[in-house]
Design a protein around this ligand. Structure first.
Ligand SMILES: Cc1cc2nc3c(=O)[nH]c(=O)nc-3n(C[C@H](O)[C@H](O)[C@H](O)COP(=O)(O)O)c2cc1C
Length: 329
């Protein structure tokens, strides 16, 4: 049997399938089940920066005066925030660590480098193997220029990394005007990994009631292309590890991302749409494909189709673009 093990954020994984942050990872029972179904690692459901600040005895007034915390989020927080959210989160980490042997990665959804960063230390103390920061940029926010966004990202990473020793990864959205600059900036800030990409909330419009509603929460396999493109571009240009996320639904999607240069893939939607057995199916497909192509380990082919390996990345992208439209008759 080929060796499916891989390293991600300096952690040793038995295979490259990481179950992404979602409701699939919000309890110890679910995490145990994911390990039994073959997951290589899990990322816990995110805590929100606002939840952490809320429990730091901040008044709503002072929070709404913070630069990057949106007043509207406080309306939401008033209805959902419970005193013990943070304690439950720390318990989830430490109980999950006792229950499973796969890496457990905590997750925080953040917008600023405010006082919440102290909580990263608590996450580390609870035993998390790593911390994933889901960085929320509102791409429609015209008040924040590119320089400000880069500085904010750098500040968050520096402050969090200054507080903890466990590896840190950054999860970003692909809606950014100069993505490659952001990616290089994040890499230089010293993160151990990068998750490409978060799936943004998508709106829909209810035409009967003429109100804005939520669009599809789950991705589809057709979402794979954007992730594949950027993993292929970024791989070889950064020092940190890359987790491909969004649109990976089957073994072929997994293999494509590894060929493009990903160290691991994160999966969520496919496990909701199919079931957890999909993890086994994907690792089986990877194994069979490696046997057919006479690969004994992932390192033998990872990144083989990244842009960096193409010699002239700009020309490579141009050629792919030309081929794409020429062949479509
Ligand atoms: C129901 C659901 C809940 C999610 N919750 C979180 C979350 O708490 N934190 C986070 O960073 N991402 C969250 N995500 C995003 C996923 O981790 C993932 O980035 C996204 O779904 C794209 O991967 P996929 O195509 O495999 O679904 C959630 C996704 C879904 C579908």
């Amino acid at each position: 049997m080929p060796d499916l093990s891989t390293s991600y954020l300096g952690l040793q994984l038995k295979n490259p399938i990481v179950v992404g942050s979602s409701g699939l990872t919000d309890s110890v029972e679910k995490i145990k089940n994911l390990e039994e179904m073959g997951a290589g690692a899990v990322v816990l459901k995110s805590l929100f920066e606002e939840e952490i600040l809320m429990e730091m005895d901040e008044t709503i007034y002072s929070m709404t005066n913070r630069h990057f915390v949106f007043p509207e989020t406080m309306d939401y927080m008033e209805t959902v925030a419970k005193e013990d959210i943070l304690m439950h989160y720390l318990e989830l980490i430490s109980d999950a660590k006792k229950a499973v042997s796969i890496p457990v990665i905590a997750s925080i959804n953040c917008v600023s480098s405010q006082k919440w960063v102290y909580f990263a230390k608590e996450i580390e103390k609870a035993g998390a193997d790593a911390l994933e920061l889901n960085l929320f940029f509102l791409s429609s926010d015209s008040q924040r220029g590119e320089k400000e966004i880069l500085e904010n990202a750098f500040e968050i990473i520096s402050r969090v990394k200054g507080n903890i020793r466990i590896p840190v990864s950054l999860k970003i959205s692909s809606s950014h005007s100069n993505l490659i600059r952001l990616v290089e900036h994040i890499d230089q800030a010293g993160v151990e990994g990068m998750v490409l990409f978060n799936r943004s909330w998508l709106p829909d419009i209810d035409i009967n009631h003429m109100i804005v509603s939520s669009g599809f929460v789950l991705s589809s396999p057709s979402d794979l292309g954007n992730t594949l493109r950027w993993v292929s571009i970024v791989s070889g240009r950064v020092n940190c590890d890359i987790a491909a996320s969004t649109g990976i639904h089957d073994g072929a999607g997994l293999i494509k991302q590894l060929l493009a240069g990903a160290h691991v893939v994160q999966v969520v939607s496919t496990l909701y749409i199919n079931d957890l057995f999909q993890i086994h199916k994907m690792t089986d497909e990877l194994s069979n494909w490696m046997i057919a192509h006479e690969f004994e380990s992932i390192g033998e082919f990872r990144g083989r189709l990244s842009q960096a390996k193409s010699g002239n990345p700009a020309a490579w992208e141009r050629v792919q673009f030309m081929k794409h439209f020429r062949n479509f008759v």
